[in-house]
Write a protein that binds this ligand. Structure first.
Ligand code: HEC
Length: 243
């Protein structure tokens, strides 16, 4: 089974974000209400934020291929940079506080801590903002198409048409001579009955169809880079619905 890194990334990234924002809130509260104890709380919050930023970065790196294919590379580069910055800044914020020991409540130490926390909160928010654009799409996205029932699943009418078109492309381009699906077809390629569970991203399917070896090293499948873009899109839509 393919590990759903992207789901894990979604689950773990919110910990460092919430912790770093709360740490900043405690830091500010300690200044406003002159309560040094609040800074002890923010110290440990930063520590846990620093620790939890590590799995956030790792799952992010592992899931980049799953979710970001199909998005402009600049978005991924920005998200990744902001993610690294958040992790590094929160780790530094913690280590610097740690190193200051008994001087941790001096004005200079408080200033340094505030600067790191503000920067970490800024980069965490920016990383989250870009992730939102990638997950939910740009705000100019058209409203969702009306939903019609097709077989077991409900899919928008337009999508149903695309999937049907994809099935025709599948049947008329020799795919069946090498691949079986729901019982029928050839066997020199893998069975595609559950292809949508293995590779749920249409962008992966398109990239793979155009150049199989770019996605699967040493693949012997012939490239379909001469298929028109709309047929590739339809075919990919058909493949990802084969659950
Ligand atoms: C000449 C035989 C051949 C033809 C024709 C062919 N494929 Fe393939 N295909 C393969 C082989 C072999 C692999 C597995 C390569 C590997 O993993 O090393 C493969 C892999 C795939 C995969 C990835 C399966 C997975 O989950 O790993 C998909 C999807 C796929 N083919 C779709 C298609 C579609 C759609 C067509 C028609 C447009 C097509 N193939 C035509 C031989 C073929």
């Amino acid at each position: 089974m393919q590990i759903p890194w992207i789901h894990l990334h979604g689950a773990v990234t919110h910990f460092p974000i919430a912790l770093i924002l709360t740490a900043l809130a405690f830091e500010l509260a300690s200044l406003i209400w002159k309560k040094p104890d609040f800074r002890t709380v923010s110290f440990w919050l930063v520590g846990i934020a620093a620790l939890s930023s590590i799995p956030a970065v790792i799952t992010g790196l592992l899931s980049a291929g799953q979710v970001f294919a199909g998005h402009p590379p600049a978005l991924l580069a920005d998200h990744r940079l902001a993610g690294y910055a958040t992790a590094i800044l929160s780790i530094l914020a913690f280590l610097i506080r740690w190193a200051q020991g008994s001087n941790a409540n001096s004005p200079a130490a408080i200033r340094a801590s505030l600067v790191f926390l503000l920067l970490a909160c800024g980069s965490a928010s920016y990383a989250g903002y870009i992730a939102g654009v990638m997950v939910f799409g740009p705000t100019s996205a058209p409203p969702p198409a009306p939903v019609v029932a097709t077989g077991s699943a409900s899919v928008p009418a337009e999508a149903a048409q695309l999937i049907a078109q994809g099935q025709t492309v599948y049947q008329t381009n020799g795919c069946t001579s090498c691949h079986s699906m729901n019982g029928g077809g050839g066997h020199s390629g893998p069975d595609l009955t559950h292809e949508g569970s293995r590779h749920p991203q249409a962008s992966w399917q398109i990239a793979h169809l155009k150049s199989p070896t770019s996605e699967t090293a040493n693949s012997t499948m012939p490239p379909y880079n001469t298929l028109p873009a709309d047929q590739l899109k339809a075919l990919a839509a058909f493949l990802v619905t084969q659950q």
